[in-house]
Design a protein around this ligand. Sequence first.
Ligand code: SAH
Ligand code: SF4
Length: 407
Amino acid sequence: MSPVVSSSSSPSSSSTDAIMALNAEERTRILAKAALFSPPTGVMADGRRDLVGLSREELTDLLVEIGEKPFRTKQLWHWIYHQGVTDFERMSSIARPLQQKLAERFVISRPEAATVQTSSDETRKFLFRFRDGQEAETVYIPDRREDRGAVCISSQVGCTLSCTFCHTGTQKLVRNLGAAEIVGQFMAARDSYAEWPSPKGEIPRLLSTIVLMGMGEPLYNYENIAKAMKIIMDGEGIGLSRRRITLSTSGVVPLMDRCGDELGINLAVSLHAVRNDLRDEIVPLNRKYPIEEVLAACRRYPAASNARRITFEYIMLRGVNDSEADARELVRLIAGIPAKVNLIPFNPWPGSAYRPSTREQQARFADIVMNAGFASPIRAPRGRDILAACGQLKTASERARASENPA
Ligand code: SAH
Ligand code: SF4
């Protein structure tokens, strides 16, 4: 039986046009602001250019610039993204002189793994250090029952938003991650499990899905995220399907439509509260894009269907947002949206002010949501012992600095 309730009440077309016009204006402002936090260029200290993170067109331009034919793009793409090689000498379909020419001018980078920790539940957390010394965390969460799992990728170093329950939110935004750094997190995680070459099509693989749920707000770094996801979805390389990628947002409404139209990946929305006064407090972005606007954007989300539901994330904070009345209001608000609700018990971090809801309260809440026809799994925390669970990410260097200078 489909868990989805009746069809949505869509706004009239003139009000939709007005919303779209406003959104276009806001989108321009958000993208201009993102440019102020740009990542470093792809040129190394020795002048060589990194090939990772370039679109096919950009790669072709570089090859043509050095006097090579455009067909080389396909060859290089295969070696970089299907075979996972980082060394031109291993590109056996390319003659030695060209290998040397490429190696003199280009590199195929990976972020450096500054630390790798594996939890007692097999969750693995990487602290990646990028070329300018900035760091971000990536987490691999294996499925408990099958040989597959999710890679949780960061989109920014720090975050401009300061959700009160989130460790990353206590670290100010340093900069956006570039496409090379975003794709690089996935490729370096794969290196760690020796999962190259890329299996074709739907063949199972260990690193089988991507969740853009690490540090940062991905829709505040939309251009780099979009470029990286297009590279990852390209069928001649890594070839992960859009159905296996989920982007989580705290509700950057103007870019939700664009993400659906352009990338068609799954959407997760960090809702966490059903009243604007409470959401204003715990997810401060709500003051700009309140609950009604976030839900309207979900109703419009192009990739949502009964087969591909929107995920609402709902953190369970004891005595704050976990009452039965909250659960009933939640199902009223999301009625008509093809959706499921992930209930995430609050994961504590050093200095955090909340406690997770009791098990009984989690179960009562989940029952109300489920009885209304929405799947409502309670997410078991993973990797808590290594601070790898949802909302616990904050780079180790930042943690060390914070403990040296307590506020
Ligand atoms: N910025 C995006 C994506 C990164 S946060 C967003 O907010 O959606 C990924 C998820 O972890 C979000 O649902 C977030 O609300 C949740 N989260 C943050 N802190 C948490 C904590 N301490 N315990 C459990 N989940 C948390
Ligand atoms: Fe940023 Fe998401 Fe954390 Fe909020 S929950 S501070 S948006 S990373």
